[in-house]
Design a protein around this ligand. Structure first.
Ligand code: FMN
Length: 188
């Protein structure tokens, strides 16, 4: 029997994203976000929903740009720290010894050690309530060569991204291969 859990946004799993921004003085900042994803293929757009109290929220409004990196499992500690403290009072790059890289394409930094990044120009924003939805057009996506598989596409096993479980608030790795897209359903 299905049990009601109340009105909750339970998209399972959610991604684990790291949003890179500059503040008005040019200090790089990073925050962890799970409320986000792909939202348009053409033009290529991704979104994150940030609470107004976050430093990153102000930074995006200031600079009209952000980056989204996909961290790997091995950086779970740093990623969690990015979500525990605010850039209003902490220098998160210095604290974690990770390296900010200035994007040549948008006014935002990304994390050198993370293997996949999208450089985004802010194209839409919507005040939804607690969160503001920011839509960024992806000006470029960059992947470290080490995660590119034989066919020239990103190999998820090499990237080793994490996912987030919204109800229990845990990090997980990705699971096993279960089928080929636009193929698994063909037998029906
Ligand atoms: C796994 C995880 C996911 C999170 N997802 C979001 C999110 O989608 N939106 C948000 O506003 N805060 C989210 N947070 C909380 C922010 O990362 C946190 O408030 C952070 O300190 C904000 O940093 P800033 O003030 O430097 O921007 C998340 C935290 C964690 C650990």
């Amino acid at each position: 029997m299905m049990k009601s859990l109340g009105a909750k946004p339970l998209i399972y799993p959610a991604p684990v994203l790291v949003v890179g921004t500059y503040n008005k003085n040019g200090t790089p900042n990073v925050m962890t976000a799970a409320w986000g994803g792909i939202c348009c293929s053409q033009p290529p757009c991704v979104s994150v929903s940030l609470r107004k109290v976050t430093h990153s929220h102000n930074n995006i409004l200031e600079r009209h740009a952000f980056t989204i990196s996909i961290p790997s499992e091995k950086h779970v500690k740093e990623v969690d720290y990015f979500g525990l403290v605010t850039g209003k009072t902490a220098e998160k790059f210095a604290a974690t010894k990770l390296t900010p890289v200035k994007s040549k394409l948008v006014d935002a930094p990304y994390v050198k050690e993370f293997l996949l990044v999208m450089e985004c120009k802010l194209v839409h924003k919507a005040d939804l309530g607690l969160h503001t939805l920011f839509v960024g057009e992806v000006i470029d996506a960059k992947a470290d060569e080490s995660i590119i598989g034989n066919c020239g596409a990103i190999d998820v096993k090499k990237l080793n991204p994490m996912v987030f479980t919204p109800d229990t608030q845990d990090y997980y790795g990705v699971g096993k291969f279960v089928g080929k897209v636009f193929s698994a359903g063909k037998g029906i």
